[in-house]
Design a protein around this ligand. Structure first.
Ligand code: PHB
Length: 394
């Protein structure tokens, strides 16, 4: 391991030196493609998420062309199978062999964390398109995040609940970074508003069996259960919630929007009706920009509905294109700087990449699952404007 790190270090050092020695504005340099290495989970339980991000990124290119500031933008997509060692290895290959100018992707928090040191050492601007634990952004000064954080997406429902007859809650979260962040943010905000948290339950990330946890929720008899599970897992949970009779026992379900995400929501059936969540994106967001985005995404993807992962892939490419225009095709530190401070209208609503934190500031919506035009949707009914990640310690 030590030797590999050394080899990586020296190779990267030499590459950075060579790049710095090139004069700016040389036409051969200007014509070279800008390679973008996306590291995504394309197989296994989180494959749907990786595919959504890739489809979002490709849609942006299809709409805006593949050349910016005279340079072709070339997407390379590799599957890390949700394994941090693989993410790190792919990142090393991307910077050493493929000489990518930018990296992006990372479905799960541990995958982004594994790539942080490679981004820093190789000085590669890297766009985090999912990984929502607050601290992910601290893993490298070369990270910018265009997705969300869990505290950002949790406080909305933690404020809504006590105003709407929910006085006691059991929390149930996936037992890793984003789940712990959601649990902490919910507990702090809900108790501040007078609520009581009866129990804090954590379920395994991989292949969770919810039954024993749901039994404990039932036994505790709270007004509601608050849930965070990463994208793609919500259907199994919802099925077991009903099978265990929690709805009949009068226990309400509140969650972050990860649980009722748009890719799977319509297949959940009526059991999902009435579930209240807070989140930064709904495919039913009623803006013209979003309606255009949803229609184009469906057209390009055999009728599939985009979820918040697709939006992050789409917006990530937009941030890159705008930055390349600003630097006139220059990459490296200049490109990173040009990514910071961008504001634009995303399909989710207005967003800002905070120049200081490198993190996204965005609206968070309170939504209720309802039938609209014959399909299940997260219908937004309240908004918290321009929410900065409340979970960061520094
Ligand atoms: C994460 O691992 O940070 C993560 C993944 C999927 C989500 C939310 C958070 O929906």
């Amino acid at each position: 391991m030590k030797r590999r790190q050394f080899v990586l270090h020296t190779t990267l050092g030499a590459a950075a030196g060579a790049a710095a020695a090139l004069p700016l504005g040389v036409s051969a340099q200007a014509a070279a493609p800008v390679k973008v290495g996306l590291i995504l989970s394309m197989t296994g339980p989180f494959a749907s998420t990786g595919k959504q991000i890739e489809a979002g990124a490709r849609l942006y290119q299809a709409e805006h062309g593949d050349t910016v500031a005279g340079r072709k933008v070339e997407l390379l997509v590799r599957d890390d199978a949700s394994t941090p060692d693989q993410s790190r290895r792919i990142a090393q290959e991307f910077v050493v062999n493929d000489k990518v100018a930018v990296m992006g992707g990372f479905v799960l928090t541990p995958l982004a964390l594994a790539v942080g040191p490679v981004a820093t050492q190789s000085r590669t601007p890297t766009i985090v398109m999912s990984a929502g634990t607050s601290s992910v952004i601290d893993a490298s000064p070369y990270f910018i995040r265009c997705s969300f954080t869990l505290p950002q997406n949790t406080i909305g429902v933690a404020e809504w609940a006590p105003k709407n007859g929910i006085r006691s809650v059991v929390t149930l979260v996936s037992d890793y970074g984003p789940g712990i962040d959601a649990e902490t943010a919910f507990r702090d905000r809900f108790t501040l508003n007078g609520g009581t948290v009866k129990e804090l339950l954590r379920v395994p990330v991989r292949n969770p069996d919810f039954a024993p946890f749901l039994q404990r929720v039932r036994d505790a008899q709270p007004d509601a259960v608050f849930v965070f599970l990463p994208a793609g897992v919500g259907t199994t949970f919802m099925k077991q919630f009903v099978e265990r009779g929690l709805d009949k026992a009068g226990i309400r379900l509140i969650a972050t929007g990860d649980v009722t995400e748009d890719d799977i929501l319509n297949d959940m059936g009526d059991v999902a009706l009435g579930v209240v969540t807070s989140h930064h994106y709904s495919a039913a967001h009623p803006s013209t920009a979003n309606q255009k985005f949803v229609a184009a995404f469906k057209k390009a993807n055999a009728g599939k509905r985009p979820n918040y992962m697709a939006v992050a892939g789409y917006d990530g490419m937009r941030i890159l294109y705008t930055a390349l225009q600003r630097t006139k095709g220059q990459t490296g530190d200049a490109l990173l700087e040009a990514m910071k401070g961008q504001t634009f209208e995303s399909p989710r609503g207005p967003v800002l990449i905070d120049a200081q934190t490198r993190d996204i500031v965005q609206n968070v919506y309170i939504r209720r699952v309802a039938r609209q035009d014959g399909e299940l949707h997260n219908v937004e009914f309240e908004v918290l404007k321009s929410v900065k990640d409340p979970g960061r310690r520094k």
